[in-house]
Design a protein around this ligand. Structure first.
Ligand SMILES: [Cu+2]
Length: 188
């Protein structure tokens, strides 16, 4: 035990001895550098008076961005589209490009649904789409159409999201009226 602590002590002091000159050299260097650079830089920010039109343009740009944000979050409604029925299957193509388009899909209850996801967006965020209510998690290869099929039994709103829950869409299932196209187009 004693030998061990002595050994550690020796190693430590050796390290300090080695480190000290190196530290001094670094300190010296920094000091030299500082001395050589200080006269070149007055070190203070200089106030530059901008022309009025620049100020006006920057202000207008700022307000424009605020307006765009408000529109995006408050006023832009999700694009709703009704699936078309063909041979008893309700089908629709969903563009995957910075989100889902349409992000609101209207279908009828009790009939099979086929959603053709075409993924254009290469970002990994959209590589998977999930329908938690239908226990579906599907990979979407880029530049390909991937069909997702399910039968919505009950009317309601069923959300779908990307794998990270960042992009959202919804399947709105309306009660089956028993009517067939073109009559069911009247019922919303
Ligand atoms: Cu995501």
């Amino acid at each position: 035990m004693i030998r061990k602590s002595v050994l550690i002590g020796n190693i430590a002091s050796f390290g300090i001895l080695l480190g000290m000159p190196a530290g001094e050299a670094v300190a010296q260097m920094q000091h030299d550098e500082m001395q050589s650079t200080t006269p070149k830089q007055p070190g203070q920010f200089q106030r530059i008076e901008q022309p009025l039109w620049v100020k006006a343009a920057v202000t207008a740009g700022g307000f424009g961005l605020i307006g765009l944000e408000l529109w995006w979050f408050l006023l832009s409604k999700p694009k709703s589209r009704k699936a078309t029925i063909e041979r008893g299957i309700q089908e629709i193509t969903v563009m995957v490009d910075g989100g889902y388009d349409p992000s609101q899909i209207v279908v009828q209850a009790g009939q099979p649904v086929r959603l053709n996801f075409y993924r254009k967006d290469p970002s990994s965020c959209l590589e998977e789409v999930r329908f938690p209510d239908f226990r579906i998690a599907q990979e979407l290869p880029v530049n390909q159409t991937t069909a997702i099929e399910f039968i919505p039994d009950k009317p309601g709103k069923y959300e779908f999201t990307c794998g990270m829950n960042m992009f959202h869409g919804v399947v709105e299932v309306h009660a089956d009226t028993g009517l067939r196209p073109p009559f069911d187009l009247v019922v919303q």
